[in-house]
Design a protein. Structure first.
Length: 363
């Protein structure tokens, strides 16, 4: 009986150890859609034996709802800087143990300095990618409908006399109030980063005036729609529009796509790798983040998604055409006209949410 009991205990311990070992060999990653070269994850598994369970989202709001609810089960997530700042205040994330990040020295101090404007984000995260929010358009469709269209201005989407000319070929806006509302304010000469609720409220009229000409608010569908020629104009994220451009080129479908940073200025955003406090596989999460900070790995990702990254050591490994493209890595002159995401207080956030709901639904 005693031997049988011992055997059962040993078997149970072995089963538990096996289960624990299996759990340790997984990292659960939650990232934006269409935002990595899958080979990067495959190579991580080949090098470490840790399986990457990869899931995607297409809005910060959706990610935030999962994180604030707790128990998401994710080990690594990729929020944008303004959302990350609020989530840190809410106690969602753990500080990174940088002693386990041997590649931390590869990061770009200029980008870290920009991220630091949001608070202690560099203690809790490292930059994955960064970029701008600008205008993507189908060159032929726009030229057919308007000669000398103001393609470097936000008038393309916020001037009713202009955008109405493109309604028949399809206009999309990001479903991202913290990007579109600041752009609307920049268009009318207001501070895009303001917390003044009276100023924020002015964006409602700007967007509502062009609402009849907006086919859809969405944060990922425009990539395929633009590359296939199903829409002609979008306010979207730089790398997504470059991905659409590449897809059209690869398909040889005759669609010519252009991306511009608006003269009125554009939002400069940062997507950060971070670990939730309740992550089930913290050590594997740190290994994954360190892998992404390897210059070759992040270069592979950037060359695939066509977004700039915050890893200075990766730049010699980037496609020279990408590195020299001022729409991807803006010139110092263009950088002066960029602004970072607003950090709304609670009162301002309520106005933003209410305004966005109203302009999207018309109610």
């Amino acid at each position: 009986m005693k031997n049988k009991l011992n055997n059962l205990l040993i078997a149970g311990a072995l089963t538990f150890s096996a289960q624990a070992a299996i759990a340790e060999e997984v990292v659960n990653v939650y990232n934006w859609s269409d935002y990595i070269d899958e080979q990067v994850n495959d190579d991580f598994t080949a090098a470490t034996g840790i399986k990457v369970v990869y899931d995607v989202f297409d809005s910060n709001e959706f990610l935030q709802s999962k994180l604030l609810a707790g128990g998401s089960g994710y080990d690594v997530v990729v929020p944008s800087s303004s959302f990350l700042a609020r989530q840190i205040q809410a106690g969602v994330f753990m500080k990174l143990d940088k002693s386990k990040l041997s590649n931390i020295g590869n990061m770009w101090s200029d980008i870290e300095d920009q991220v630091a404007q949001f608070g202690p984000l560099n203690d809790y995260s490292v930059n994955y990618m960064w970029g701008t929010t600008g205008i993507g358009y189908n060159e032929d469709m726009i030229n057919e409908r308007m000669e000398n269209a103001p393609t470097t201005s936000l008038a393309m989407v916020f001037d009713p006399d202009v955008v109405s000319k493109f309604a028949d070929c399809g206009v999309h806006l990001l479903d991202a109030p913290e990007e579109i509302i600041p752009a609307a304010l920049a268009y009318i000469g207001e501070d895009p980063r303001t917390n003044d609720t009276d100023v924020i409220a002015k964006a409602e009229a700007v967007i509502s005036n062009v609402r009849p000409y907006i086919q859809k608010f969405h944060s990922s569908q425009y990539i395929d729609a633009l590359s296939n020629g199903d829409i002609c104009l979008v306010v979207g994220w730089s790398g997504d529009i470059f991905m659409a451009q590449y897809a059209a080129w690869e398909a040889e479908n005759g669609v010519e796509i252009v991306y511009t940073i608006p003269d009125e200025g554009a939002l400069m955003w940062f997507d950060q790798l971070a670990i939730p406090k309740d992550a089930p596989n913290v050590e594997n999460a740190l290994k994954y983040i360190n892998w992404i900070m390897d210059p070759q790995q992040i270069a592979n990702a950037t060359n695939y998604v066509w977004y700039a990254n915050g890893n200075l050591a990766s730049q010699p490994l980037l496609d020279p055409e990408l590195l020299s493209d001022p729409a991807v890595y803006p010139t110092p002159e263009v950088m002066e006209g960029l602004y970072i995401s607003p950090q709304y207080d609670n009162k301002a956030q309520r106005v933003v949410t209410r305004t966005w709901t109203k302009v999207k639904t018309g109610q």
